[in-house]
Design a protein around this ligand. Structure first.
Ligand SMILES: NC(=O)c1ccc[n+]([C@@H]2O[C@H](COP(=O)([O-])OP(=O)(O)OC[C@H]3O[C@@H](n4cnc5c(N)ncnc54)[C@H](OP(=O)(O)O)[C@@H]3O)[C@@H](O)[C@H]2O)c1
Length: 248
């Protein structure tokens, strides 16, 4: 297998691309020559990001939709493929914490737990089911699940979110095993703590100066996508520990 993958000319889909990490990933994929479909629910901020990418000469398209809405997922995938062609890179980045302030698990409504799982786990799985077949037929593709240290550490009050991210990590590993040999790479990536809207909603008292910039994290994640040898299918990788300059 190639150990260095080129982003140039690939069709890519990034969910949650109107701000934070998803925005940075979409911008950097486009800067490297990918045709990018950017997904989010609110039109204004998403169109602003798309316009910014286009102004810098990149190829980007907005796809409005809620990844947690069963009825929207086929439309999201269909529109994205219509706009950028076959999706060769899919980054499941959109996610929800559930209600904030974060609460103890037994104080969490069952409906809120279900809604978090729908957005963070089941929705991405629906999209993967739509996209993975064509990737396997082509013999190449990358599916990325953006994880969290809350997938591993049982932080009090991060219950619904942590459960969803832990399940997503395991889904990633099982899929990777089942798809072994197809050329489709499946990764779970913990970005580490970043200065974003989500982080501010979860930990409003955090010192923002101590948090990573989403653009720096995106650079490491894109290096992972490009480095199949160092980031093989089934890996769970931590962006803060990734050395962009290391040989593939
Ligand atoms: N920030 C951190 O410190 C941190 C740490 C560990 C892991 N992570 C993970 O990193 C990823 C990015 O987080 P972030 O901090 O960049 O988040 P963010 O700033 O809150 O951005 C979230 C993005 O997702 C979109 N979105 C939310 N729900 C959606 C839905 N149901 N359907 C479609 N789009 C949706 C939002 O736009 P709309 O609201 O318009 O839809 C927005 O573009 C997430 O998976 C998060 O769990 C973050």
């Amino acid at each position: 297998m190639d150990t260095n993958i080129s982003i140039q000319g690939r069709g890519a889909l990034v969910t949650g691309a109107s701000r934070g990490l998803g925005r940075a990933l979409a911008e950097q994929l486009a800067a490297k020559g990918a045709r990018v479909a950017l997904v989010a629910r609110e039109a204004g901020p998403l169109h602003d990001v798309v316009e910014g990418i286009r102004a810098r000469g990149g190829v980007a398209h907005a796809v409005l939709g809620d990844v947690g809405d069963k009825d929207a997922v086929h439309k999201i995938a269909g529109q994205a493929q219509g706009l950028v062609g076959e999706i060769e890179i899919a980054i499941h980045n959109a996610s929800t914490l559930g209600p904030t302030p974060l609460r103890l698990l037994l104080d969490t409504e069952c409906e809120d737990l279900a809604a978090v799982l729908e957005t963070n786990l089941v929705g991405p799985f629906r999209l993967t089911k739509i996209l993975a077949g064509a990737m396997a037929l082509r013999g190449s593709g990358v599916l990325v699940h953006i994880s969290s240290d809350a997938a591993v550490e049982p932080y009090p009050r991060w219950g619904a979110y942590g459960v969803s991210k832990a399940a997503q990590d395991h889904l990633s590993r099982i899929l990777a095993g089942e798809r072994d040999g197809t050329g489709v790479r499946i990764l779970a990536i913990d970005p580490g703590e970043m200065d974003t809207v989500m982080h501010a909603a979860a930990i409003p008292e955090a010192d923002r100066a101590t948090l990573q910039r989403p653009a720096d994290v995106a650079t490491r994640i894109i290096s992972m996508l490009e480095s199949a040898g160092r980031a093989p299918s089934g890996s769970r990788l931590a962006a803060p520990r990734w050395d962009v300059g290391a040989a593939s």
